[in-house]
Design a protein around this ligand. Structure first.
Ligand SMILES: C[S@@+](CC[C@H](N)C(=O)[O-])C[C@H]1O[C@@H](n2cnc3c(N)ncnc32)[C@H](O)[C@@H]1O
Length: 389
């Protein structure tokens, strides 16, 4: 099964080098996913998560070696052993799609003797692959969730590896074992933590998915210079990871949302030049998020009416709504100090003017405080600042 998974990952082009192939052939993934959730559609109840455990599911072993992401925790605490029936929930830990794991490991561009820090141990599968490739003494991994970390530690040990496993917030890095040649995050961030810059060796690299509250994602690879400034680019591919827990969107209660929606009652409507469907474009979604990084989205409808898209920035108390019109197009209403949809339309308009370049043409730079993403050069250069808190 390991060999056929390796064959499959080579076939998709994710697995490219003999050393990572050997790691995939040697690390037994089933030890890392003894139980997980499988997405399932239950008639009348919608999309739910069905628990799969080795004891109750004949196909468990085969599933463990599928090129699929297996969710191992919901809502920050629910494990497959806690439930007997399919349940609702938001994934908070998983064994990432093996194809994505090895694509990132290949992109990490390691050589023998390099020290690697991984943020987001999860099940420990990617940690074990790195141990196999680099040696236990070169791998440090940190996981924020103590229960997840304990399961990972047991699985990593059972598979015969012994990296440094830490429990804590990986946004602070692991200073006691720094410096690192490579820092890889298997959770996404809104901005690059300063600690990663100081804990990377000069010339070292950071590989992390940049994301945000509007679910735009881009895998960035940055090189850290002697001056502690990191600069790099976005890599091709549609890669997404769950957001690092401290970077998650602030809670938005129903009451708070209703209050903000009510503030639109006096807003002047106007036709939108960009509709919310722009988010169906991978780069478009990322640009929308760059334009309004503190906004989060929700959809609501009044009975008999259309679904309305709301963009809400709780920090500034701003809101924009986009209502679909029966004949096509959208109507915008905005309220609060930040005209959220004007900002989206400005950024998308400028991005279109320079030919809608794809995300792999975007670049990123950070000195730990100011963090910018840009695309284009000269007069055609567009720059956005990432939120640093
Ligand atoms: C997609 S999973 C990791 C997948 C893992 N590398 C694997 O191969 O199984 C993301 C993990 O990041 C963890 N995480 C989220 N925020 C974190 C943080 N601030 N520091 C460390 N880990 C974090 C989550 O608890 C979750 O277990």
């Amino acid at each position: 099964m390991r060999r056929s998974l390796a064959d499959e990952l080579e076939g998709t082009g994710d697995l490219r080098s003999p050393r990572w192939r050997r790691a995939v052939e040697r690390v037994p993934r089933h030890l890392f996913v003894p139980a997980f959730f499988q997405a399932t559609d239950v008639p009348g109840r919608g999309a739910l998560w069905a628990p799969v455990t080795d004891r109750q599911h004949d196909e468990w072993l085969e599933l463990a070696y599928c090129n699929k992401t297996w969710v191992t925790q919901l809502d920050g605490h629910v494990t497959p052993h806690d439930v007997a029936e399919p349940v609702q929930g938001d994934p908070t830990s998983s064994s990432t799609l093996p194809g994505l794991v090895v694509r990132m490991l290949e992109a990490l561009d390691v050589t023998d003797g390099m020290d690697v820090l991984e943020i987001g141990t999860g099940t420990g599968y990617s940690t074990a692959l790195m141990c196999d490739r680099l040696g236990d003494e070169h791998v440090t991994s940190i996981e924020v969730d103590a229960g997840v970390a304990a399961n990972a530690a047991a699985a990593v040990r059972a598979a015969g590896y012994a990296p440094r496993l830490m429990v804590g917030d990986g946004l602070g890095g692991v200073p006691e074992h720094a410096p690192y040649d490579r820092i890889i995050a298997t959770c996404s961030v809104r901005h690059i933590p300063q600690s990663w810059l100081t804990q990377a060796r000069p010339g070292g690299r950071i590989l992390v998915t940049m994301s945000g509250w509007l679910h735009g994602h881009g895998l960035a690879s940055l090189t850290v210079g002697e001056d502690g400034v990191a600069e790099g680019r976005f890599l091709p591919g549609t890669i997404s990871f769950m957001i690092a827990r401290p970077h998650a969107a602030p809670p938005l209660s129903n009451e708070q949302a209703s209050e903000m929606i009510a503030s639109l009652a006096d807003a002047d409507p106007r036709p939108a030049t960009v509709g919310p469907d722009i988010r169906q474009d991978w780069t478009g979604a990322f640009v929308v998020q760059l334009a309004v990084p503190d906004a989060q989205r929700l959809t609501r409808r009044v009975v008999g009416g259309p679904w309305v898209d709301y963009y809400i920035d709780t920090r500034s108390g701003s809101i924009a709504s986009l209502t679909p019109e029966p004949g096509g197009g959208w109507t915008v209403r905005q309220s609060g100090p930040v005209p959220l949809w004007d900002r989206v339309e400005d950024s998308i308009g400028q991005w279109r003017q320079i030919g809608s370049p794809p995300l792999e043409r975007f670049r990123i730079r950070t000195d730990g405080r100011v963090q910018t993403v840009w695309v284009g050069t000269g007069d055609a250069r567009l720059t956005w600042h990432l939120p640093v808190q």
